[in-house]
Ligand binder design. Structure first.
Ligand code: CA
Ligand code: CA
Length: 294
């Protein structure tokens, strides 16, 4: 297919997607698709210590202390977990083997979640969302906390760089404020770009739950970033934090956490069920997933 024809089709896809976003669509929370590697609906009942991976890959996570306290989720269907700053074992974890890790495309991926009430005032420098903490390879997607001063509230993505193996901790979004008790859809995408080192692209998005525009709000994009060092087997995938001693937890609530292979540019943006609609229906600002045309 010619480049021009591909570009035309991409433009058409964008137009159709935006047109779809302008309509009221009623859809349940995320469903797994061909790009989904892990998907946590986090719909477990209060007291649960395991959360099911809805991707079909079987990467269920477990905690020693239940993070499910009965708090309501973004979509009103689930019992969203909360993790506390130093929580005594509420992080949901799983050790990943080499065959497990082969499912994760660390050259091109998207991590997204619904998040509410990150801790921006008490002690702590991170609110961990999803992370892998290996001996060599690692990544962590979080919201900066109080100890980062003016950076508190920014989305943050860190990893070990492939060229030197050194920790790289300078990727962050624009400044963000968080309204108390409001759910936000937060996203980081990573694109290693060409085979050359240090030309990766990291993009952040955040939409509040009352944003019905259907358009993902980009809140930061960094080009010329180092490539990610491959993840090493035998370490843990962590939801709700990333330190093995239970520090740097997400002190608020998380829901619908997903890793997708590929750089996504549109997302499911659920807004609360209007009072006039039957319970259980969700209005979606934008439906479907679209890999970036390139
Ligand atoms: Ca859920
Ligand atoms: Ca590259």
């Amino acid at each position: 297919m010619s480049t021009q024809r591909l570009m035309t089709l991409c433009a058409l896809a964008v137009s159709l997607s935006l047109a779809a976003g302008a309509r009221a669509n009623y859809v349940s929370p995320y469903t797994a698709d061909a790009n989904t590697v892990v998907l946590y609906h986090l719909d477990e009942t209060a007291g649960a210590t395991t959360t099911v991976d809805a991707s079909g890959n079987g990467f269920d996570l477990t905690a020693s202390t239940s993070p499910f306290d009965g708090g309501a989720s973004a979509n009103g269907l689930s019992t969203a977990p909360t993790f506390g700053k130093v929580d005594g074992g509420k992080q949901l974890r799983r050790t990943l083997t080499a065959p497990d890790l082969a499912n994760f495309d660390t050259t091109s991926f998207t991590i997204e979640a619904w998040a509410k009430n990150p801790d921006l005032t008490s002690i702590g420098d991170h609110n961990g969302i999803l992370a892998y903490r290996g001996t060599t390879g690692r990544f962590q997607f979080s919201v900066f906390g109080a100890n980062t001063g003016a950076n508190a509230g920014k989305l943050n993505f860190n990893y070990n760089r492939d060229d030197t193996g050194a920790y790289y901790g300078t990727i962050q979004s624009n400044g963000l404020t968080w309204e108390t008790d409001k759910w936000y859809h937060v996203v980081v995408t990573y694109d290693s770009n060409t085979a050359a080192a240090n030309d990766s692209i990291v993009t952040f998005y955040r939409n509040s739950i009352d944003d019905v525009s259907g358009i993902p709000q980009m809140v930061g994009q960094l080009t010329g970033q180092p490539d990610i060092e491959p993840l090493d087997a035998g370490s843990t995938l962590n939801l709700g934090g990333f330190e093995t001693n239970n520090q740097r937890n997400f002190a608020g609530y998380l829901d619908e956490v997903r890793w997708s292979n590929g750089v996504l540019t549109s997302f499911n943006l659920a807004i609360p069920t209007p009072a006039a609609l039957p319970a259980g229906l969700m209005m979606m600002g934008l439906i479907g997933l679209r890999r970036r045309c390139r």
